[in-house]
Design a protein around this ligand. Structure first.
Ligand code: COA
Length: 210
């Protein structure tokens, strides 16, 4: 296996974030102007099993996603991986719904205690390109910094994933490192972006003034 090429700019290395005393362990419902973000439950697996396993959704997700996707893939992932991590206080996961149709899941977003990837998301193709994931990322990033109290958020993405890169830009993040990772669609150049709590608060204040 090829050794990942890695270029680190400045002080790009990050320790795994440590929970702060008194950190909110549970995942609350979050609201944005158009969206409801509801804490993910096992009951959501049935909808996710239909919506999630499509090439345009999985191609730039890391190859932890089994492909071809098994018939119980969503249930197993939620039951064996996501919900235990939530219970341990190491992850916070939501389903994404439109306020106008709150029973229907349209995507998912999660926060994780990982050294180089603290946030992941997907949304069904008919809902893409409408600024919805930008809205969802703003709500969960606020939660990461202002409720969980972490000092830094890092996210990882395939360099070719233009929509995801653009969300990082719109979130006010900085590109801090490049490497390679294995995705469902193969091994690809990868970018690591980050933002500090201070930068996030300044970014939010600036956006609210506009
Ligand atoms: C990445 C993803 C979540 C984006 O969701 P979305 O709701 O469409 O995102 P938004 O509409 O909030 O923002 C997307 C931005 O990327 C831009 N964009 C989309 N495709 C683009 C492309 N091919 N080239 C350049 N910019 C692009 C959009 O124009 C928009 O920017 P703008 O608001 O400045 O116009 C969605 O495409 C998805 O679910 N992809 C599959 C899963 C995935 O890759 N997840 C991320 C893993 S890191």
């Amino acid at each position: 296996m090829a050794t990942p090429r890695r270029r680190e700019k400045g002080n790009a290395r990050q320790q795994r974030p440590r929970p702060r005393k008194g950190r909110a362990a549970s995942t609350p419902t979050l609201e944005t102007p158009r969206l409801l973000l509801r804490p993910l439950t096992l009951a959501d697996a049935a909808q996710a099993q239909i919506l999630f396993p499509h090439w345009e959704i999985v191609r730039y997700l890391t190859n932890d996603v089994p492909w071809p996707y098994p018939p119980d893939g969503a249930y197993r992932f939620f039951h064996d991986v996501v919900l235990p991590a939530v219970k341990r206080g190491e992850a916070w996961h939501w389903t994404i719904r439109l306020k106008t149709a709150p029973k229907k899941v349209i995507g998912g977003i999660g926060l994780m205690l990982r050294a180089e990837n603290n946030r992941g998301f997907w949304i069904v193709p008919p809902c893409q390109g409408k600024g919805l994931m930008t809205e969802a990322t703003e709500a969960v990033t606020d939660f990461w910094f202002n409720k969980l109290g972490f000092p830094l958020m890092r996210v990882q993405k395939a360099a070719a994933n233009a929509a995801s890169r653009r969300i990082s830009e719109k979130n006010g993040m900085r590109l801090v490192a490049t490497t390679e990772r294995d995705y469902v669609g193969g091994r690809l150049p990868t970018e690591i972006w980050e933002i500090t709590a201070k930068e996030w608060r300044a970014h939010r204040a600036k956006r609210q003034r506009l």
